[in-house]
Design a protein. Structure first.
Ligand SMILES: Cc1ncc(C[n+]2csc(CCOP(=O)(O)OP(=O)(O)O)c2C)c(N)n1
Ligand SMILES: Cc1ncc(C[n+]2csc(CCOP(=O)(O)OP(=O)(O)O)c2C)c(N)n1
Ligand SMILES: [Mg+2]
Ligand SMILES: [Mg+2]
Lengths: 327, 326, 326, 327
């Protein structure tokens, strides 16, 4: 596993700051009622997890996740304009406006989408990996799992299939401390969630700090190696934190947990951590370079918003009935 | 005593609160019912008042929630198990229809399962396809269970108390779209309503509008508008999908000789199908016109607001249907 | 070519075997489909012929089976996922109606899920309440899914091939009571039948009997007996609960002006409800009598043989219903 | 935990041989079509598990299981006549003929019944234990779990509740090597099923030989002590074997696994093992005593069959509709 060089780290910095810019803009647009609906789950605070985990993906690998799915699409290179258009339910959105924030997907990028039923996508991940094994493609499926989702029957059955059949799935538990308002400790009989891997014959790679992209990258690398060596499914638990509560309609946790939130932002912000690392490691990188990247992202998201808001809404019966079935 | 005026959310909250105060055996469990104060705030303040013993935040484990509630009910408690939304109760279908609804019958009366499964139902606010169902019928298909869905604050108050006090398992669904609507609530802690009895929400003589839950509000609005045109519509709120108050429906139909059945869900194998089938079979000689049904379009529910709006019926569709058969 | 004569079990087996030979992407998974040779022996010999790669014994994990099959289908395979009986598919309701039936719509056509969920359906042999359902309707309520249930060997052969070859998710149920019944099967490996098209199983002019699956056999038997009394009954087998061939039903009804709908399941919110509702709405002027429904009693199914027999209808109930409306 | 004395052991011998007699008679009656239906799952071979496990139960404790439920009822003292009547669907049966073999229950004996949906009774067990905790009754719930059932979502969610809330449930995994025709190894990603306890914060008491009633009694005693000491839920995995295949309609496994079956019967039969122990430990016990017990059981079962076959069938509409609801 190659140690990331300066360019790689700068690319990661770009990805992480793009995610942050995109998510915070979504937040703002929601407040302004330019994005509507009840469900909009932001990735702010989690950036290092997805960036570090997905840096290992190759062309043929697959990604699937739950409703907190913006970051994965951005990292895989899905056009931010099409993503923002989906947030706004426009015809030009990646899902034609039918899916919204929770249902982004892009087959060209092997992004199998975001799903709204907690745990529902986990057996789908096993199924996608089943195809990879069936056709011996050598692909790996990266499946995100929320801490709350680990208590659902879907988790149990999906992981048992993966362990039993040695399916090439990497289960990435994003333990952000909460399922909506419920702390991991109040939901799991054993809150060391990675311990569950052993029940299924899934290799347990234990825990890693999700705010440090280098550590995430490192730990995940070992898990991918295990799978790519044909040794079967693997699991990693990543400790992270959400900056915007469960979803944008959830204000109470921002306030209830203000102190906790402030501490995470102050001491464990993934972007700050990577920025500091870049500046200290590489003389040739300075604050302006990083500021430049962030400004570039602002433009990208500006354009995305403009594109989205200038896109039409689907509104005909023909559009309504399109793609219920393959005809 | 004087009525209070409360949104349905608060009427439900009051009913549940009073029942928990009245009976130590009643407890509430579900995702986010405690610290979060309830996703729909029906349990606001409960954790503070009743404590962790009787207000149980649960893991995201619907089949477990369903089954645990059945066991606790068999053992003598009166669980109120909240599914955050009815969509998640799909994962508890077996616990509800194959266990709650059958333990009494398996064992020929040796046990009872006085559990109330509460769930927010219906659509709106761009919740998208997997989160936008009004599927009472798929549960009501099975004997052994009661299925109730109130259409206003007073009914919500009385029907929830009825459901909690009854010894049979009840699936009690609450239209998300109605939570915020205010209405009078009797100031009467023992206010209950009979099981399986519907209610005439608006008297009329020209056409019968049959519905439940939020669809009742569309019917009432339609009745108002139709009245302006001199068309007198009677609005029958069945309140219960099981047992279904067919007598009340027939009585009204024998008077009006015309009916439109209105519901939020998909058309096929649904509420409207059963009611129309019942009417034509039992009131054949009274039929002056085909019975019409108003339902949502036969598609999963899309996110985009204009499409979502297109998916669902409202009072205008009811009016249209009425005019087609007058 | 000459037809073969095969029990429905063997017709299904042949269809599945030929499809697996034809298309490498087709595989079968489920509880006991391999070493055990299939609980209903539909996959007898498959493990030996196709090997462990394509014949997958699974853990007792219905929600996982359902979801895994959806993922594999999205990824390009053609899974045939067997639920030992439809009762256990209750645990996969979410995987079937909220995932298989919706992934295409969520993403506006970016994916397809060509999966066939096979399940033995119906009752008999004192399987008791939790194991005695014919609940096709609760799945067919949801758009995005097709629901098919054959009534004889030839149809089973053609319809299973159709379901496997189609790009949409299909719930394919097989009446346990029909597995052993022999019937001709076309010797034609590409024999498929159109999706959503029903079939007239017996021509008649006095009354239309509408049903699917095993109930068709009761209708045919009733038609035979009625013929002796000079009553000519037409038997419509819809074959598909979704899409439902209403046109065929209407055509027959406009000819006979009378109908009895026959099914194995409970009455409320069921197959008969939808068909009756559709007929009265679309053929009102052709109705000479109320449309009758024949269903099982509205109780969970008891173990004791005499009670179980009492629970279910048969051709005599069909005959009785017909005579009530002639 | 008191060491079992001679009388206790003789009582266990009586229970085990009664179960064997009852089950083998059921088998015979099924062959003769005097018991009908598709589902009849026998406990022959498992006897030491239930007898050793239930010897610890007090008046207030509870038992719940799946469809393989005859032994539990017999051990708890349910009248064999009412049980046999239920097998035959008679009105006099414990479940009025509505439940049959899979649905025996007796509230007077705190026997919460047998259930036919694999895993379905597990959250019920948690719920019954929830009541015990809620009303502080000090009762323990003994819940049987099949090896195959451990792979079902119900297992995961039910045990997580028990571990999370420290519910007084003893999960007794009866690993008889098969779920119908599927070996434990072909169904579980990790076939050491007791390892799963740790995922839920349920105390893992590991494995014990289920053919030796003394070992079962001993191991289970430790698990009950843990629960009764208020330390929460516990799990034990018991290794046993079924003598009559999955159910009586399953002939193939008797034949397919003839050798395996013969070995278990020859070397690990629970009744033989206890018999030998009694004879070697106690001079005052001789073969005639044991034969006497077995003959007594034959009479008991003879009477049960006679009672059952002389009992009427339910057959009225009134009986059909009775107890769908509480009215
Ligand atoms: C089966 C199901 N139950 C409940 C919900 C409601 N719900 C949506 S997200 C969520 C919390 C999930 O928490 P976690 O898995 O930790 O993911 P996170 O939101 O923290 O990323 C819940 C309970 C749902 N969508 N699906
Ligand atoms: C949810 C569900 N799926 C499938 C079945 C069919 N079935 C009945 S028993 C059984 C095997 C269970 O094996 P195990 O849990 O090991 O218990 P055992 O029979 O060995 O005592 C299966 C698959 C069922 N009853 N319920
Ligand atoms: Mg979380
Ligand atoms: Mg077993």
């Amino acid at each position: 596993m190659a140690k990331p060089n300066k360019d790689t780290l700068l690319e990661w910095y770009r990805q992480m700051t793009l995610i942050r810019e995109f998510e915070e803009r979504c937040y703002q647009l929601y407040e302004e009622k330019r994005i509507t609906g009840v469900y909009l789950h932001l990735y702010s605070g989690h950036e290092a997890v997805a960036v570090g985990a997905m840096a290992h993906l190759t062309e043929k690998d697959h990604t699937i996740t739950a409703y907190r799915d913006h970051a994965q699409a951005l990292i895989l290179g899905v056009d931010p304009r099409l993503l923002m258009a989906e947030m706004m339910g426009r015809k030009t959105g990646v899902s034609g406006g039918k899916g919204g924030s929770m249902h982004l997907a892009s087959p060209e990028h092997n992004f199998w989408g975001g799903y709204a039923i907690v745990g529902g996508h986990l057996p789908l991940a096993s199924g996608i990996a089943f195809e990879a094994q069936y056709n011996d493609t050598g692909a790996v499926v990266l499946s995100y799992v929320g801490d709350g989702a680990t208590n659902n029957g879907y988790f149990h059955e999906a992981l048992n299939f993966a362990g039993l059949w040695d399916l090439p799935v990497l289960w990435l538990i994003e333990n952000n401390g909460y399922g909506m308002g419920t702390e991991t400790e109040r939901a799991a009989g054993n809150p060391r969630l990675h311990d569950r891997a052993d029940s299924y014959g899934v290799k347990d790679f234990e825990r890693v700090d999700g705010q440090n992209v280098l550590e995430v990258y490192d730990k995940l690398g070992k898990a991918y190696d295990h799978i790519r060596a044909g040794k079967g499914s693997a699991l990693v638990e990543v400790i992270t934190y959400r900056y915007r509560g469960h979803g944008v309609s959830d204000k109470q946790y921002d306030t209830l947990k203000q102190k906790e939130l402030a501490e995470w932002k102050a001491n464990q912000d993934p972007i700050t951590i990577l920025g500091v690392h870049l500046l200290s490691e590489y003389k040739t990188v300075n604050e302006e370079d990083l500021a430049g990247i962030r400004e570039m992202n602002v433009k990208v998201v500006d354009e995305a918003v403009e594109f989205a808001e200038n896109s039409p809404f689907p509104n005909t019966l023909e559009e309504l009935y399109a793609n219920v079935y393959v005809d | 005593m004087a009525d209070k005026n409360l949104p349905m959310r608060e009427a439900l909250r009051l009913a549940l609160q009073e029942e928990m105060r009245r009976d130590e055996r009643v407890f509430i469990m579900g995702e986010e019912v405690g610290q979060w104060q309830g996703t729909h705030k029906v349990t606001r303040g409960f954790l503070e008042e009743f404590g962790e013993k009787r207000v149980r935040d649960t893991p995201i484990a619907e089949m477990g929630i369903g089954g645990l509630a059945v066991g606790a009910a068999m053992a003598g408690l009166r669980p109120v198990a909240e599914f955050m939304t009815i969509n998640f109760a799909f994962l508890a279908l077996d616990a509800i229809v194959n266990h709650a609804a059958k333990v009494r019958y398996f064992f020929d009366g040796k046990f009872k399962a006085p559990v109330v499964f509460r769930a927010a139902t219906g659509w709106g606010d761009q919740a998208t396809a997997s989160h936008s169902h009004t599927p009472e019928v798929i549960f009501a298909h099975f004997p052994g269970l009661y299925v109730c869905s109130p259409s206003n604050s007073a009914d919500a108050y009385g029907l929830l108390k009825t459901s909690i006090r009854d010894d049979n398992p009840v699936l009690f669904t609450e239209s998300i779209g109605l939570y915020r609507f205010p209405g009078p609530v009797p100031d009467e802690p023992d206010y209950t309503l009979p099981i399986g009895k519907g209610d005439i929400k608006h008297e009329g003589s020209d056409v019968t509008l049959v519905s439940y839950g939020r669809a009742v509000s569309w019917c009432l609005k339609a009745a108002k508008e139709l009245a302006k045109e001199g068309i007198s519509a009677e609005v029958v709120d069945v309140r219960w999908l099981r047992p279904l108050d067919t007598e009340l429906i027939f009585e009204s139909f024998r008077k009006t000789n015309r009916a439109v059945i209105v519901e939020e869900s998909h058309q096929f194998y649904s509420f409207g199908s059963e009611v129309a089938a019942q009417i034509q079979e039992n009131c054949f000689d009274y039929m002056d016109a085909p019975i019409k049904r108003v339902t949502q379009h036969d598609v999963p529910v899309p996110f985009s607001k204009p499409l979502e709006d297109l998916t669902y019926p409202d009072h205008t569709d009811v009016i249209k249907a009425v005019k087609e058969i007058l």
